[in-house]
Design a protein around this ligand. Structure first.
Ligand code: XUL
Ligand code: CO
Length: 441
């Protein structure tokens, strides 16, 4: 069969300083870092939607992307060509996983029944290509936000018919994900939020969201779907307030509805910054709660207030992200899904490859530096020293629960605590060391 990207060969690791642009400088898939190969640490995934469906339109202009696989009017032929293009891209980049929404892989028909049949037809094609290449499904999800019926939300819609339709859609998407051996299933609250509280029953909407997730968990048990469930927090867009605002909000929601042991987080960098958090903050909150599951690797533009979904090139962020992943013990079912797209002006098909290479190399370098930081215990040594007062004396009594207000008052009366008795936070020193590691490791 003829290639879609005939002018692009398999992207190889060429190492630092190599002059070629279609090559990896840091991502050497089989090289071992801390006893695990780079490809196994990073578990890169291709996002079906941005890579194969994105047209490059924005609020002010229509599509720009030059894509031979979308040039036909026949929607099912288009779906077939997307499969072909997607697997060629993944094979050439050496990406071993992909992620999709139900509506990315197969176009919606006039009835749900017909739509589901189309999904099965494309699942056959995907299965064949997965067998041929060994490429796997990191996670599946359902798109319950594009169709106008989801104008008021899906699980949190004001209309019961829409809740029912969304449930049917998630059921089918989960079945397809299971059939394709998906290692996870994501819930990103597409339009689960509100525009104004003047017309919103917030309590009912949140209860219904809890109900939908319980139904998903129950159905997974029924059909034997063993994949990990994830929630992907995002504070705003498309609604003004999304219920899955950030990791802390989602964890509290999951605990309230008795779902905390069934879900982990899928943290997206651009969503973190929209919530006024750093990417590392969201990963840290997930990690210390034992809920760091997977990552949507991308970056936003801090001068813009929306989800720009750019390929991640910020080395500082990738180091600190991989630091959190390694400290959490590495990915198990999760991975690094590039929820990212080339810019509207980068409309040439080869720009897809430049984007992925940039993202993969940024995270490969991030992994290399983070591993060294951990091996040398750079932060841990300082943190241990900084909190050492809780290891003995009054600090130990606080931590063990031996000291209460009265004991602490008696202690404080005898001690004159001023800043001069404290340790410096040493932020600049640590930033300096971090930079040295980025430059030299
Ligand atoms: C939207 C977003 C989604 C999810 C999957 O901001 O990130 O593409 O990753 O539904
Ligand atoms: Co995402």
């Amino acid at each position: 069969m003829s290639e879609i990207f005939a002018n692009i060969g398999k992207i190889q690791y060429k190492g630092e300083g190599c002059g070629e642009e279609l090559a990896f400088r840091y991502y050497n898939p089989d090289e071992k870092i801390m006893g695990r190969t780079m490809k196994d640490h990073l578990r890169f995934a291709m996002s079906y939607w941005h890579t194969l469906c994105g047209e490059g339109s924005d609020q002010f202009g229509s599509g720009t992307m030059q894509r031979s696989w979308t040039s036909t009017e026949d929607e099912m032929k288009k779906a077939e060509l997307k499969v072909k293009a997607g697997f060629e891209i993944m094979e050439k980049l050496g990406i071993e996983y992909y992620c999709f929404h139900d509506r990315d892989i197969a176009p919606e028909a006039d009835t749900l029944e017909e739509t589901n049949k189309r999904l099965d037809i494309v699942a056959d094609m995907l299965e064949k290509e997965m067998k041929r290449t060994g490429i796997k499904l990191l996670w599946g999800t359902s798109n319950c936000f594009t169709n106008p019926r989801f104008v008021h939300g899906a699980a949190t819609s004001s209309e019961a018919d829409v809740f029912a339709h969304a449930a049917a859609q998630v059921k089918k998407a989960m079945e397809v994900t299971k059939r394709l051996g998906g290692e996870g299933y994501v819930f990103w609250g597409g339009r689960e939020g509100y525009e104004t509280l003047l017309n919103t029953d917030m309590k009912l909407e949140l209860d219904n969201l809890g109900r939908m997730l319980h139904m998903a968990v129950d159905y997974a048990a029924k059909i034997g779907f063993k994949g990990q469930f994830y929630i992907e927090p995002k504070p705003k867009e498309p609604t003004k307030h999304q219920y899955d605002f950030d990791t802390a909000t989602v964890i509290s929601f999951l605990r309230q509805y008795g779902l905390a042991d069934k879900f982990k987080m899928n943290i997206e960098a651009n969503h973190a910054t929209l919530a006024s958090h750093t990417f590392q903050h969201e990963l840290r909150v997930s990690r210390i709660n034992g809920m760091l599951g997977s990552i949507d690797a991308n970056q936003g533009d801090l001068l813009l207030g929306w989800d720009t979904d750019q390929f991640p090139v910020n080395i500082y962020d990738s180091v600190l992200a991989m630091y959190e992943v390694l400290m959490a013990g590495g990915f198990t079912t999760g991975g690094l899904n590039f929820d990212a797209k080339a810019r509207r002006a980068s409309f040439d098909p080869s720009d897809i490859f430049y984007g992925y290479i940039a993202g993969m190399d940024t995270f490969a370098k991030g992994l290399r530096v983070a591993a060294k930081l951990i091996e040398d215990k750079v932060f841990e040594k300082n943190i241990e020293k900084r909190y050492s007062s809780f290891g003995s004396g009054i600090g130990k009594d606080i931590v063990s629960g031996k000291a209460g207000f009265e004991e602490l008052e008696a202690y404080a009366m005898k001690k004159n605590v001023t800043v001069s008795t404290l340790m410096s936070g040493r932020q600049e020193m640590l930033e300096n060391i971090l930079n040295q590691y980025i430059f030299t490791k």
